[in-house]
Every structure is written in C-alpha cells, then in structure tokens.
Write a protein that binds this ligand. Sequence first.
Ligand SMILES: C[S@@+](CC[C@H](N)C(=O)[O-])C[C@H]1O[C@@H](n2cnc3c(N)ncnc32)[C@H](O)[C@@H]1O
Length: 291
Amino acid sequence: MRKYPEKHIPVMPNEVVKYLLWKKEGIYVDCTVGEGGHMLLLAETSPDSYFIGIDIDSEVLQIAENKLAHLKNVTLFKSSYTDLPVILKLLSIQKVSGILIDLGISTFQIKAEGRGFSFNVDEPLDMRMNLEQAKTAHDVVNTYSEEKLADIIFQYGEERFARKIAKKIVENRPINTTFELVEAIKKALPYSEIRKRKRHFATKTFQAIRIEVNSELDNIKKFLEIAPDYLEKNGRLAIITFHSLEDRLAKHFIRNDPRLKQIAGPLKPSENEIKNNPRARSAKLRIAERI
Ligand SMILES: C[S@@+](CC[C@H](N)C(=O)[O-])C[C@H]1O[C@@H](n2cnc3c(N)ncnc32)[C@H](O)[C@@H]1O
C-alpha cells in the first residue's frame, strides 16, 4: 500500500443522509464510494437497506473494503459508474431507491505517494483514477497539439491564460514530472497574475489535465443520461460537485430532464464544516427525485 498520511472526510454527510435515505428497506448505490466515508455513514444509518458501492480506483477501493468489512449489507465493485446498468443487471436489480455520486477527487488520490495529481509534490505525471487505463497526464502533456492543449486548459480549467500556458508546455517538452509542469505554467503567467490568485497558479491547468485524462465530463454526462432510468418512483439522486463545470452540467440536466425534479439544493457546506474540512469549500449538493 502507498504511504498515505491523511483520511478523506466525507462532504455534507448529514445532508446526504437526510435526503438520500428516504426508504427504510431500500436499495442504494454509492457510485463513487472512494474511501467509503459516505457509505459507512449510510449503511450504518440504514441497516435494513442494501448498499452497492462502485469506484474506478482499485487502490481507493481497498481502503473502502477495509473500512466496510464489518457490514453485511454492502457490496463493492471496481468499475466505472457508467457501468451502473451492467452492475445492476448482474445483481438482478431493476430499480433502486437512491443513487449518490460524489464527484471530484479523493484525498487518497491527492495525498498518497506517486499518483501524480498534486502540484505540491514532485512526481511523475500520471493523474489516472483507473490504474489499468493506458492514457496518463504524461501522454496528454507531451503528445497533444498546442491547440488541443489550449482548448482543454481553457474549457476544463476555465483558465484565461490557456493559450500562453499551452505554448510554454510545448516549448518545454518533454515534461516528465508535476514540478516540471508547474514550472512551464509559471513561465507562461505574468508575475502580477501569480501574486493576485487566491489559489495556487497551477490549480486550473492541473484540473483541466485531470479532467481530460479521466474523461470526467463525458462520464458525468453519460451517467446523468442513464441514472434516472434505474430509480424507482420517488427515488433520489444526490449529486455532489466541486467546480462550476460539473455543477452547471448537473443543474441543467436536472432542470431539463422530465424524469426528475430537484427537491433540494444547491446546498453548500456550513462555515463550520469548511473549517474542519477545507476541501469541502467548493462543494455543492443537489438532490433530485424520480417523478
Ligand atoms: C470525492 S471521491 C469520493 C469520496 C467518498 N464519497 C467518501 O466519502 O470517501 C470521488 C471518487 O470518485 C471516483 N471516480 C472517479 N471517476 C469515476 C468513475 N468513472 N467511476 C467510478 N468512480 C469514479 C474516484 O476514484 C474517487 O475515489
């Protein structure tokens, strides 16, 4: 197991429990079980329900397996949440009472040695959530055209300096590590911009490359299309997003989908929660109900 100094704290835990667990003997799916934080809480709160947990990251899932081993009402799958129909078919389940999807990245992925997601430690560029996948951040950074990189950084990172950053990346190839990427980004940004930013100047570019490596937005779109079909009447869909691109997708999807109505949200973490768990600061929770 990789060195792992910090535990993941589930975001808006009380709100998730309150809105998702509407049925006592229900079937619930946690599509991004991660380190099992939400799942533990849900399964302990509703011991007569059955819980299915999915995660694409085999290492994260191992942590969840250990955390949830004592629970008889939980089954875990190493898979993509876009495979939800296949997993339910395998279990001969047609409809479920609730589905949770907690987007973004787990603390393990950011903090464990060697996963290459963080601009704070120097590691080979990787950023894969699915360790069996071929494409890494190294491939994206070193083989994409300047134009394609600029589009990705602009669209997925909402970075104004995307064109300049893409140019510097291409000029500085090969870029093998996270720190080499940070250096290229630094060279592209005016000093005044670096000083002005509240968050680290590489945040947006790293987010963009991570989204591209893991096809995050495509997966979310696929998931939003299929998930409502597997909810029973009055079944609940809880979506936690961490940046505006994800939240916009969730908001518009719920608003325009005749199968769903939003019953709560966007809920935000309290000041107190953010104090205890700064990573929750940009989270938004939306709850929709199957009509
Ligand atoms: C924010 S974490 C979830 C944390 C979890 N709710 C907890 O309380 O511990 C997001 C998780 O989504 C997983 N993930 C990302 N893309 C996925 C996909 N396509 N299918 C399944 N899981 C995915 C990541 O591996 C990560 O563990």
